[in-house]
Every structure is written in C-alpha cells, then in structure tokens.
Design a binder for this molecule. Sequence first.
Ligand code: ADP
Length: 260
Amino acid sequence: MSLIEIHQISKTFKTDTVALNNVSFNIDPGEMVALVGPSGSGKSTLIRIIACLEHIDKKGDGLINLFGKCVQANGRIHSSIKTVRKHLGVIFQSFNLVGRLSLEKNVLTGLLGHMPKWRGTLGLFRASERIKALIALSRVGILAQSRQRASTLSGGQQQRAAIARTLVQNADIILADEPVASLDPAAADRVMQTLAQINKEDKATVLVSLHQIEYALKYCTRVIALKDGGLIFDGKTTDTSPDFFTKLYGRKIDHDEASE
Ligand code: ADP
C-alpha cells in the first residue's frame, strides 16, 4: 500500500490562480522524495494540501489518501485527518517553533496529539516523555541546547529542533516545505543529513520541497518536478540531468546558484 496517494488534485485560489492542475502520484513507505520546481510552481501549495492545511478544488475527482485513509475528496477535508495527523510531521521554512519556550518544551509539543488535552494544556509532561524529547534532541545533535530558548538558536539548530518534534511524534510521514531555504549551505546540509538519517533509521517517509537541486541529488532517490502547477517529471534522481534542470528552471542552475 502506498502511504501517500494523490489522485488528480487541482487547486485554484480565489484570485483565480491555478496553483495545481490535475496532479497525481503515489509515495511508498520509506521513500525520500524531493519536490522541485521554480518559484511559484506549486510546491508549497502541494505540501500544505497533503498536510490538509488547504483543501483541494471541489470539481473533478481529486482525492488524497494518507495511510490508506481518505483525508480529502470533493474539496472537503475529512475528519479522518484528526487521527492521521498524529503520525504526520510537517516542517516549514520558518521552523514554526515558539521562540520564548525552551527547545525541550518545543519538542514536547510534538506529543500533544498523543495525550489527553488537559495534560497538554497544563504542560504536564511525564518524565518518560521528557526523556523522549531529550533523546530526540540528542539524535539531531542539539541536546546541549535543550534548555535554551528557541529564539536564541541559529536557524539550522531551530530546524533540527523542528525535526526532533516529528521524532517524538513518531511521525511515519514527514512533509518538509523548503526546510533549508533560509539556511546557509553548511546548516542546510546538516538539516538534510538529519532528515536522511531519520528516513533511513526510522523508515519515515519523507517528501521534501527544495529549491536547491544539489540537495535533491545528494539526498533523495526520487524527484517529482512541478512547473506551472503541473507534474512534469516523476522518476529516479539518477534519471535527471543538468539539461533537465535547466529546462525546468528556464535557465542554467549550477550548484553555487542553487544554494544561493
Ligand atoms: P512554490 O512553493 O513552488 O513557490 P506556491 O505553492 O507558493 O509555489 O504558489 C503557487 C501559485 O499559487 C503561485 O502563483 C502563488 O502566487 C499562488 N498562491 C499561493 N498561495 C496563494 C494564496 N493563499 N492565495 C492566492 N494565490 C496563492
């Protein structure tokens, strides 16, 4: 069974912008897939739609299954997303941490879907849960900063904390929307390494949108390419070529520029 099934989805915003046009693909458990395409091609919209933060168009036969359960169809987000979301980790370019909270507390928020609401609201975490958060921080290499406020850390460290949050969540699917776009090359590489490590060790299925082609080539075995909201390539990374990326971006993309 595919973990992510995207069937003929389209998205038109109120401004009449067609962000996605009849896109279909499946992703199997354990894959690490790069979603690439020029700015405005629909990558972020697609990730947000799979995470059910946006709904698809009503017209057509568009539907999305996650873990074999229908989470969207006929332009409606189904209530099944509530249970599915527990095992769905989403990582954003802007990290989405609470700046005034420690890294440990930020990571513990990954457990909120897995505990009674009252305990989460009061921030009453068990010792075993705190240990889980510290282990996650250790795995992404920032245990020493666990008590530091998130806002005092570098972008790369904050993004690794966001990944640690998906670890305590036991996320089987990780959707990452341009997670390295605002990082310097060394920090970006470390974040991609961390995602690849979790994909390998925990068998988490990762869909990561990337502007930087070099990271797609280095870390992902499969590439899905969007252009003007349409899927124009879905295949092995090894089947892509510099020529392909030049055509995709409408100009030559070299490594220095890709990590600008
Ligand atoms: P990418 O992530 O590849 O840069 P996006 O998914 O952000 O592309 O955007 C795809 C298209 O949808 C763009 O034309 C963008 O301007 C448009 N778009 C994205 N979000 C909205 C929105 N909330 N309202 C209107 N148009 C939007």
